[in-house]
Design a protein around this ligand. Sequence first.
Ligand code: CAA
Ligand code: FAD
Length: 379
Amino acid sequence: MDFSLNEEQKLIQEAARDFAQTELLAEVIERDDAQRFPTEEIKKLGELGFLGMMVDPKYGGSGLDTLSYVIAMEEISKIDASTSVVMSVNNSLVCWGLEKFGSEAQKEKYLTKLTTGEHIGAFCLSEPEAGSDATSQKTTAIDMGDHYIVNGTKNWITNGGTASTYIVIAQTDKDKKHRGINALIIEKGAPGFEIGPKENKLGIRGSDTHSLIFNDVKVPKENRIGEDGFGFKFAMKTLAGGRIGIAAQALGIAAGAYELALKYSKERKAFGTEISNHQAIAFKLADMHTEIQAARLLVYQSAIDKDNGNDYDLSGAMAKLYASKVAMETTVEAVQIHGGNGFVKDYHVERLMRDAKITQIYEGTSEIQKIVISRSILK
Ligand code: CAA
Ligand code: FAD
């Protein structure tokens, strides 16, 4: 498999790196502290074409491949994972699913605004009693002929307060179990749709996570994505690609922490020499570098599988499982290499360590990735 980047992909990488340095770095610590959503930064990402990267230009997208998307995700995540999760949800969970499975009218009405950043999207699958066990949906969408009536609660929804367009998964026919689930587009402001309080989180604190409450919300039938009963398959197919984006986020967090640790190890002196001259530190850097490159190859492979029309359920799950483990381990070691400085906010690595943890939880925990991987290799 050829992992070399073409000229266009190199330009995307450079643009994302530049954006992260010039637009994200300066206030990233303050946004994390204040749990402030990167409103202006997201607007600029939209102008750059980074919110609908894989969407056809006829819907306002950039028409790029998945590899370009993961390269951009890696660069943005090196500096600010709170911003990259907004980008990831909008690109892979909302825009991709709508373009692939939505009707022409839905694409015209919603996708064209989501690709440019005029609107932000949210993907609403998880519930208080349906996280990993995603088929146990309690939110209902009762079929009333020309519309559905939606009732229930979603939790942990990224972009929960800032989104305008919500893709909501809900049970229509309980007897049909997961084959009776639908995916509906619900607009902010729909009567009966309430946004719960913002979560106070360990990491990705600049991102906006809320529960959502639906009380007799009327949703027109034309807002259903795909055929009746397609909602769970829609969620699974969409998440398979989403996991590649989160794997790229984990890779970026790891690579960002490694770059900081490498630089610090060449500047900080102890026992009369730079700490990089102590083998204990040099070997940590060697392990970090090796594991990050291994993670990168898995992430690229899953993106290339998707671009080539190959199955990517397995490679995407492997990429997410491994890259998130590398993110956690690398960020802990980066804090260690920084000594006491690693424990304070100014040096960035403590934030990267806190941000790394979520990559082992959302879009399917590491245990769920192992279920997907083992089922695939054992079938
Ligand atoms: N593509 C298409 N269909 C799929 C599929 C895939 N990748 N994976 C499963 N399905 C289908 C199955 O074929 C089956 O349908 P049929 O019976 O019609 O064939 C149906 O889905 C149910 O599959 P399973 O019997 O395998 O279901 P299960 O109950 O054993 O669960 C699971 C499977 C993989 C564990 C799934 O529940 C899962 O992925 N759980 C994790 C949920 C998750 O990832 N949530 C993320 C929320 S979004 C988020 O987190 C965003 C963010 O943070 C930023
Ligand atoms: P549970 O499912 O209760 O799992 C608890 C533990 O048990 C985990 O370690 C899990 O791996 C393990 N476990 C469960 N079942 C099994 C099993 N069969 N075998 C082995 N181990 C198992 N969801 C959305 O829909 N949209 C979003 O935008 C979104 N954003 C999120 C943002 C944040 C910051 C967070 C924290 C979560 C977000 N989520 C979102 C929800 C996320 O996807 C879930 O938290 C995740 O899928 C796990 O579900 P749970 O929290 O209910 O944990």
